[in-house]
Ligand binder design. Sequence first.
Ligand SMILES: Cc1cc2nc3c(=O)[nH]c(=O)nc-3n(C[C@H](O)[C@H](O)[C@H](O)COP(=O)(O)OP(=O)(O)OC[C@H]3O[C@@H](n4cnc5c(N)ncnc54)[C@H](O)[C@@H]3O)c2cc1C
Length: 452
Amino acid sequence: MTTLRLAIVGAGPAGIYAADLAKKSDRGVDVSIDLFERLPAPYGLVRYGVAPDHPRIKGIIGALREVLDGGAVRLFGNVEFGTDITLEDLQQHYHAVIFATGATRDASLDIPGIDLSGSFGAADVVSWYDGHPDVPREWPLDAREIAVIGNGNVALDVARVLIKHTDDLMPTEIPANVEAGLRSSPATDVHVFGRRGPANVKFTPLELRELGELRDVDMVVHDEDFAYDEAARTAIASNKQVMVMDRILQGWRKREVGAASRRLEFHWWARPVEILGEGRVEAIRWERTEPDGIGGARGTGEFREQAVQAVYRAVGYFGSPLPGLPFDERQGVIPNHEGQVLDDEGALVPGVYATGWIKRGPVGLIGHTKSDAMETVDHVLTDQGMWWTPQHPDERSVDELLASRGVRFTTVEGWHLLDAHEQALGAPAGRARVKVVPRDEMLAASLGEPVR
Ligand SMILES: Cc1cc2nc3c(=O)[nH]c(=O)nc-3n(C[C@H](O)[C@H](O)[C@H](O)COP(=O)(O)OP(=O)(O)OC[C@H]3O[C@@H](n4cnc5c(N)ncnc54)[C@H](O)[C@@H]3O)c2cc1C
């Protein structure tokens, strides 16, 4: 029986689901998979994107871990594609490669003032509060009033983490530097901006409802934003999720506000046009919009301002190009047809595949990466005639290659050691874990060395 030596780059959910589907496939090929991950720990945005106070979602890690523990898959953590290992290297050692490198950057927002001090991308603060090893330990939390631009779940995550009382985050895995940073924050008001209306939000009901349950935080919504037109009424009547969210918002409209010490205020029909300030953020300016009759928004020429000292844009993530691979600069993805990578002329690149957010762009939940992986893996297995012919298909040669380059890679066993170490750090306070942040400490724990 043929043994497919398959490399997967990126150990987020897309890469791990692809590994699972490839090894379970019943196509007359044995499969041996090596999963390369640039961080010392696996799980991608499940570990470094999903908010710390969403332990139920973080629980997906249990299922992903079973794949890593189940044999036929080796993890090479702390190995960066493009630096530690190249496309040419992979061609020497594998029949095919799947790229599952996700999207980690913030999409840009081109308005005056976006580069002022105090204006941030959501991806950066998310990485900070989730303890990503490659972002600064300190985060400047000195704003009393904060603007969050965007109407998706990431905007809600950022708004919630920034306005929540830190004590209410303490059952979570947040590292000590994040706890200290949040405790020092003087934030009392977070303003969330959406350029369309309450019936057009991209939130999900669970995430919206959760805000209304925050201790000592008033939800502030404005009656003027709820003058629904025909398009909005149709959206509410025809979509269960929109209907549920409308019900939640109507409930908030009836609530008394004023008793809480903190507020989360929604501004709809509000298109931010400028961030104002001398050197640093002092206010946000927006144009009031109105329904255009077909579900969109148009400007009214009326401008408003709100004093804020920090602005977070949560307007979407964006993929990054990978050395030696084609890249679609407009969409931020690797160009592909159902996961088969295409070159600049639109021809198939033999042996090279993509899955997850780098394949289809940064939208959708973790579960969607599974169906993605199914489509991609299906092509890998049926494209046998296009596989590479590796000179060194044996497993050991990969370890030797990395060792010869001085790459200190981590393994599944190493992840178990780091996992146990983090759980031990959390145990004295009754917490499930406390995350280790510095890369050298993650590596030491994974390699069984003393952790400082
Ligand atoms: C802030 C935020 C919150 C979210 N919350 C939820 C939620 O609550 N529920 C939900 O279902 N979904 C949530 N999502 C969506 C979910 O995280 C994504 O659907 C999913 O993580 C995409 O999977 P992926 O494997 O394609 O990418 P990722 O999870 O980003 O994984 C990509 C992996 O590739 C690695 N990598 C990148 N470049 C290289 C390289 N050059 N060499 C080696 N490795 C590399 C990265 O380190 C990473 O581990 C959230 C997303 C964000 C941004």
